[in-house]
Write a protein that binds this ligand. Structure first.
Ligand SMILES: Cc1ncc(COP(=O)(O)O)c(C=O)c1O
Length: 349
């Protein structure tokens, strides 16, 4: 059985360094408020001026929206083809998510549909670099709206040689299974504006101006992340080699020539997904990201009465009905993955 992902074996090469920093942190007696070394190194990796470590990618999105001044009554344009946290954060600040459909070639926010959704209430666009593939951020700039990039699935992805999130403000999740994952929950915001940086730092730990949040990153996670960051580019290069082999057989989500895809997830599309999963049971562990798009989840369904056209998302619905994520990590036996899937190629769309 080929596992989808094997964090334990992925960490084996780093286990001694991890045990060493864990002892150092334990013996230091300091467990929070010393994450700046990681923050500097991650800002440097991304090519942003600042990084603010927080306790999850969800908190990162929440604080980033506050720092952009998004509030009740505002609308934020985003996609339904994402993890629910992207949309939940818009709700946390009292704003309304406005869904737009995705491009059938890239499975990413369809930039050509944005204009039709802009109203006087639109205060930001929240693109998601799903699967490590990259939204055309330069094309989004023409709308002159603040852009908050959800880079939770795109550590090490580039648009026109610029790392995602580096052109204004972006958020990352370091959930263990992510491209750069901690050994627990954490996340961060990268930002270039100094005023926004100061506000974000203040907001994450009981600032004086608001009710306040406890959204801090732990020192221990920041030290684990420093170790893993050193090897991230090598891992992504190895994944790109595997992806180039997969791409010969599975011609689905396309990467535009201007972009570098970090391949956090490798999607394929199949007919009859339940039967396909059954066929592959005991052979390859497969996942699905995500079978229930956000607009179909219970809290959002009721909005259909007030905003019916927000729910016309045929591409999103089609992709979410057929998407399957196949294993992609440096040690995966990719030839066997290809063979096993091609032996059942009648399922491929
Ligand atoms: C696109 C996207 N946004 C936000 C998040 C939320 O991150 P976290 O789980 O660290 O809160 C995730 C994590 O799954 C994600 O994939």
């Amino acid at each position: 059985m080929i596992p989808y992902y094997d964090l334990k074996s992925i960490h084996l090469g780093e286990i001694n360094s991890m045990k060493k920093v864990a002892s150092e942190v334990i013996e230091s007696g300091n467990y929070i408020f010393a994450t700046e070394k990681f923050e500097e190194e991650f800002a440097d990796f991304v090519g942003a001026r600042y990084c603010v470590g927080v306790n999850s990618g969800t908190s990162a999105l929440h604080l980033a929206l506050i720092s952009l001044g998004i509030k009740k009554g505002d609308e934020v344009i985003t996609v339904s083809h994402t993890f629910r946290a992207t949309v939940a954060a818009i709700n946390y600040v009292g704003a309304t998510p406005v869904f737009i459909d995705i491009d059938p070639e890239t499975f990413l926010l369809d930039v050509d549909l944005v204009e039709g959704k802009i109203t006087s209430k639109t205060k930001a666009i929240l693109p998601v670099h799903m699967y490590g593939n990259v939204v055309n951020i330069d094309a989004l700039k023409r709308f002159n709206l603040p852009i908050l990039e959800d880079c939770s699935q795109a550590h090490g992805s580039y648009h026109n040689n610029k790392h995602v999130g580096s052109s204004g403000i972006g958020t990352f999740s370091f959930y263990p299974g992510k491209g750069l994952g901690a050994l627990g929950d954490s996340g961060c915001i990268v930002v270039n504006d100094e005023g926004q940086y100061d506000e974000l730092k203040s907001l994450r730990s009981w600032d004086d101006k608001s009710i306040g949040f406890n959204y801090r990153m732990d020192n221990l996670q920041s030290e684990f992340l420093r170790i893993k960051l050193k090897n991230l580019k090598n891992i992504i290069s190895a994944k790109n080699i595997i992806a180039s082999k997969y791409n010969k057989y599975f011609k689905y989500s396309k990467t535009h020539i201007d972009n570098y895809n970090s391949y956090h997830i490798y999607p394929i599309l199949v007919k009859n997904r339940i039967k396909f999963f059954n066929e592959m049971r005991d052979k390859i562990e497969l996942k699905c990201h995500y079978e229930n798009p956000v607009h179909k989840q219970t809290p959002y369904r009721k909005l259909i009465f007030s905003k019916p056209n927000m729910f016309e998302l045929p591409v999103t619905e089609n992709i979410s009905s057929h998407q399957v994520s196949i294993p992609i990590y440096p040690t995966v036996n990719h030839n066997k993955v290809i063979d096993l899937i091609m032996n059942n190629k009648e399922y491929l769309l």
